[in-house]
Design a protein around this ligand. Structure first.
Ligand code: ATP
Length: 362
């Protein structure tokens, strides 16, 4: 059973409210989560291993360290106990969820987290994610039930957190089976991967990853920043002239290695806000109390200027690292360089001041 909000509020009631610590795992977006918390007056703690503490030490964003042997220990009872002793609110990011394990985070992690714990499952399961996006009325790529149906360019994705390894593009069932054969031969995919392959329309367009923040306290959807992805080896592959690409026979992969900040054409902003608003509204109905804090829509903008969503995060996304010192959009709100990390900490601070912490933690 998913830990109830009441159980978490009980933990929180045992906290010393003047000594709240913002905590996260040392990976993903920890730098600006911790820096932002410090700027808002909180103390900070990072959970890390000896091998991975370098960035937090060099940039000096953590007041305290909880060392573990392996990241997967973050959900151990001992770590949880230390976090509670520190009056910690944990900001769950992609790596935190991956190492904690979704089920443990839902059922065993008895430490308050910022955001809606129940919605995390909706971003990690493709079917639930698609249901939420579709029912929100957002455009998503067409999905193909079987390779037999392929009649246009598609991208073939495999399950699990593999960072786009083995993904490929094809335009017919013959090409599908030929490429599957090559990938299997090279040991890049298994029979099980093949059975769970996800085939969707390949959208030719420009990439915009939209980083929103929903404030339950202000009942407002804010656009905090936009990035686009820098992926290996595909972004290197496209620098090779077509003639040489054919000679090389390199298999493309989509492993994320970095993020590039972008701004979107201003006339697309009404669409951007409409999409964020719709998702917030529908998630309230499907996964109450709905979206809390940061979320992200990974989109492609086609030549008809339609934004098509191929992925969603219901928590802070890695692309927010592209605006640690604020983005052109976050600047517009208060005329200050605001990161997503600081925006989260500000919401926590406001919730404490307004005595409404139950609106932002679970
Ligand atoms: P992660 O969860 O780490 O972001 P993933 O393994 O779930 O990655 P996606 O994000 O779905 O993979 O896709 C990886 C990359 O493939 C995208 O960043 C984008 O470049 C490309 N891509 C994905 N879906 C489509 C699509 N429908 N049309 C065109 N390109 C796509």
């Amino acid at each position: 059973m998913v830990i109830s909000r009441e159980e978490i509020l009980e933990v929180f009631h045992g906290y010393s409210r003047d000594e709240i610590t913002v905590a996260t795992l040392g990976s993903h977006t920890a730098l600006h989560i911790l820096k932002g918390a410090k700027l808002e007056g909180f103390s900070t703690v990072v959970i890390t291993t000896r091998e991975r503490d370098v960035p937090y030490k060099r940039f000096n964003v953590a007041d305290r360290y909880i060392y573990v042997e392996r990241f997967s220990e973050i959900s151990n009872e001992e770590v949880q106990e230390r976090l509670r002793e520190m009056n910690a609110i944990v900001v769950p990011h992609g790596s935190f969820i991956a190492y904690c394990g979704l089920e443990r985070l839902e059922e065993d992690f008895q430490v308050p987290i910022f955001g809606n714990r129940r919605i995390l499952r909706w971003e990690s399961q493709r079917d639930l994610e698609r249901k939420l996006l579709r029912e929100s009325g957002l455009r998503v790529p067409r999905r193909y039930e079987s390779p037999e149906e392929i009649d246009a360019p598609v991208i073939v994705k495999f399950p699990g957190a593999r960072g786009g390894r083995g993904y490929f593009i094809c335009s017919s069932k013959e090409e599908f089976w030929r490429k599957i054969g090559i990938l299997k031969e090279k040991g890049l995919i298994s029979q099980e991967d093949l059975e769970n392959a996800h085939i969707e329309e390949y959208v030719v367009g420009t990439n915009f990853c939209l980083h929103y923040f929903y404030s339950p306290l202000k009942d407002r959807v804010e656009l905090m920043g936009i990035d686009r992805r820098y992926e290996s080896n595909i972004d290197g592959l496209v620098r090779i002239p077509a003639r040489d690409q054919l000679e090389l026979e390199v298999e493309p992969s989509y492993v994320i290695t970095g993020n590039i900040p972008v701004v979107i054409r201003e006339s697309l902003l009404p669409q951007v806000f409409e999409m964020g608003d719709k998702l917030v509204e529908k998630s309230r109905e499907l996964v109450p109390p709905g979206m809390i804090g940061p979320f992200c829509l990974q989109t492609l903008c086609n030549e008809n200027l339609e934004l098509i969503v191929f992925e969603m995060s219901a928590r802070i996304d890695g692309g927010t690292n592209s605006f640690m010192n604020g983005s052109p959009y976050s600047f517009l709100y208060h005329g200050e360089p605001l990161s997503m990390g600081q925006r989260i900490a500000r919401e926590i601070r406001l919730a404490l001041e307004m005595d409404m912490i139950e609106k932002v933690i679970s």
